[in-house]
Write a protein that binds this ligand. Structure first.
Ligand code: GDP
Length: 453
């Protein structure tokens, strides 16, 4: 018999409520062992109802709770589920969970509730992954993409691709017993056309991988510039709130500060580096090596140049650091009299003039950041999903086999050889939704979940 699992499904810490979730064949029995209410036993409550009561331990009350009973199969895991809403805080939920374990539940592994939902056929793998994306979404745009995947938009498209592929495969396999000469040229032409159409369809999905990457991980942007150029001020202007402390004393931002800004629906991870310059003290040195690291790890560099001061050699040195990387040169302090004259040898990149203090030019800067973030994205407006790396990898493998298959169709290989490639391609697509997923794939996906999910 399947074990009954339990976990705290809300974040640990102080909060209004916390939820302990139980799932499995003994969920209701275990709840009855710890739940006390004059209204009766959990076993007698009808499904999808909520009840007030207490959770006890050795005759003492741990907390007053609201208990929800949901019987299989219409539940998150498709098993019997009991959720106990208790007061938040560090101890209450922990003690209630302890009681569940004492009475026979096992502590759930990371993602195990969602894994059961998958294993019990309630959702497919793309939907399980969407649960994670939904929890981790940092912008509304990322959130919308996750909701679409959760609703099965991606599954539907993949199922369509699978069905089309199965149809071609069935045609080909039906002719396997026929001698080669009996096949008309038209038949092969038809296979070729169908396979090519499926490839176009898969390529369209694959094109959303870049959008998926940007929406899930965001892009890392490093803000560099000499001391007092306005790095912290620009960071605040982009964040839209006063987040880091802005100070007129040079060299006070010693370490890097990282914050995530929502720019046009893209999570932008901003790093304000301590001015990259010759180290004076140990602390500064530390800051500089961290700055260099964050430069290396960033997708885009914003080089802030102070428009109100004369050109400094430091700016030339800084510009050498981002050679060959995407960068925007931000001429700051537009509101002050211009003293800056960029020498001819200064490497020219995209430029925007802004006043971080007044907010002038910030929208134009956001436009440029957005354009760079989406560069490489192939517009596929009619595709409303954004696939992840695992899904992209499987689609690439599927396409590779289809390419080989089309070559074989052209080269007049035997039907067996062609159908073999189509089967490999079909399996790769099946892997995405979980139809042909191995234990390894499942372990990899669900281990990234948190406990209680
Ligand atoms: P950082 O050392 O590069 O982080 O520079 P800060 O952001 O701390 O800014 C240094 C000083 O320049 C502060 O006094 C800011 O108020 C000022 N400052 C920053 N941006 C502007 C701007 O666009 N216009 C004006 N007038 N002052 C600015």
């Amino acid at each position: 018999m399947e074990e009954t699992i339990a976990a705290i499904s809300t974040p640990i810490g102080e909060g209004g409520i916390a939820i302990v979730r139980l799932s499995g064949p003994r969920a209701i029995g275990i709840a009855d062992a710890i739940y006390v209410s004059p209204r009766g036993r959990v076993a007698d409550f009808s499904t999808h109802t909520v009840h007030f009561g207490s959770i006890g331990r050795n005759g003492e009350i741990i907390d007053q709770v609201m208990l929800t009973v949901m019987r299989a199969p219409k539940t998150y895991t498709a098993e019997d589920v009991v959720e106990i809403n208790c007061h938040g805080g560090l101890l209450t939920a922990k003690n209630i969970l302890g009681q569940c374990l004492t009475h026979g539940a096992r502590l759930a592994e990371p993602g195990e509730f969602t894994k059961r939902a998958f294993l019990n056929g309630r959702i497919d793998l793309t939907q399980a992954e969407a649960v994670m994306d939904l929890i981790g979404a940092k912008t509304n745009r990322a959130h919308t993409a996750a909701v679409h995947a959760l609703e099965g938009h991606l599954s539907k498209r993949l199922e369509e691709a699978r069905e089309r592929l199965i149809t071609v495969l069935a045609h080909i396999e039906a002719t396997i017993d026929f001698p080669e000469d009996d096949l008309s040229a038209d038949t092969r032409e038809k296979w070729l056309a169908d396979t090519t159409a499926i490839m176009a369809f898969l390529n369209q999905l694959l094109a959303t991988a870049q959008e998926g990457r940007v929406l899930r991980q965001g892009i890392a942007v490093a803000i560099i510039g000499r001391p007092n150029a306005g790095k912290s001020s620009l960071m605040n202007a982009l964040l839209g709130q006063d987040r880091s402390i802005v100070t007129p004393i040079a060299g006070t931002t010693r370490d890097t500060i990282e914050e995530t800004a929502n720019i046009r629906g893209i999570p932008i991870r901003l790093t304000d580096t301590a001015g990259i310059r010759k180290p004076r003290g140990a602390v500064e040195h530390h800051g500089i090596s961290r700055s260099r690291k964050s430069l290396e790890a960033s997708d885009l560099i914003l080089h802030i140049v102070d428009n109100s001061r004369v050109f400094s050699k430091t700016d030339s040195e800084l510009s050498a650091l981002y050679e060959g990387k995407p960068a925007i040169q931000v001429l700051n302090k537009l509101d002050l009299p211009k003293k800056l004259v960029l020498p001819a040898e200064f490497p020219k990149r995209e430029t925007v003039a802004v006043s971080s203090l007044l907010g002038d030019g910030i929208e134009q800067l956001k436009d440029k950041i957005e354009a760079i973030a989406w560069s490489g994205r192939v517009g596929s407006a009619d595709v409303d999903v954004a696939i992840n790396e695992r899904q992209a990898d499987a689609i690439r493998r599927s396409l590779k086999s289809l390419t080989t298959a089309t070559e074989e169709m052209n080269g007049k290989s035997s039907q067996e050889i062609i159908s073999q490639e189509l089967r490999i391609s079909l399996d790769a697509i099946g892997e995405i939704v979980g139809k042909t997923a191995t234990e390894d794939i499942l372990a990899k996906i669900f281990s990234t979940f948190c406990i209680g999910k």
